[in-house]
Design a binder for this molecule. Sequence first.
Ligand code: GLU
Length: 340
Amino acid sequence: MPVFEAHIEDVEQRALTGTLPAQQDVIRLMTQAYQRYRTLDEGVVADYIPILGRADPARFGLSLVGVNGFVHELGDTAVGFSIQSISKAFVFALVREALGHEKLHEVVGVNNTGLPFNSVIAIELNDGSPMNSMNNAGAIATTALIPGADAQQRWDDLVGGLSAFAGHPLEVDQEVYRSEAETNHRNQALGRLLQSYGRLAVDPAEVVDLYTRQCVLTVTSTDPATMGATLADGGVNPVTGERVVSAETCRDTLAVLASCGMYERSGEWLFEIGLPGKSGVSGGIVAVSPGKGALGSFSPPLDPAGNSVRGQRACAHLSRALGLNLFASARFDSTEGALA
Ligand code: GLU
């Protein structure tokens, strides 16, 4: 039984937001962050999915999309990469939108495991619960909840939803798909383990395949920025103007990203950067500032948890410089307005 019964949906929700700095300041500060970390040589490119090991470690793309539709891009923003775990955030949002506030909480969970993203022990320690939708087991359980008559319809809805977040049709990279499908024995085992605990209502092989395909959609760094900016904009894609999900879904998705989005470094990330974020093993990061916009980055070398090193540094820099940290406040200035 959850501690918070969450029967507060009848309370009208207000959002406190603020705005990004002026565009010329955003451009100047992003250039500063990009230049500072472009040549940083730390981290290791993932190769447990064989084809990812071929990525060029020098690549670095940095993008920002504001809720007003402003887009700024620096560096390798035209280089495509597989979205990998960043997809988990947006599939969570689609399932949350379809099934409501409580369902994912009940079936998957919203707490961090403190263990690696592909951990088997985490499931065993928690009575078969995958604990949250941002690790592999939880993402497989979340993808399994996508409504639909058959696998094809579920896939069409999944890819259609993620494409609406990005603002253009996303496509599977067949080469990455083959490399991943041939070697994802651990994910198949996670699917079977969830099944053994009665936590999957659909065929594990089918759902792991769907999950694998969601991970190999090709994006550039501007795509996660646009997708994140949609979550920052109450569910409306600020570039296309299309409503993709509700504001309530954005709130729930960002809460899960804040606690679980950056693998077992989610606490450190929140401590340093103060934003909901999600990263993927191909080197992408999205960091979302509710009501303001989102950063997207791509740089393949990763820290031991699986987070892009350059991307994290750039996000830390920009969270401070652009005033994005959710936990930062300044003393109330009574000359600027009254509280009454
Ligand atoms: N498709 C990858 C896997 O299942 C995603 C991992 C990640 O980006 O964290 O291992």
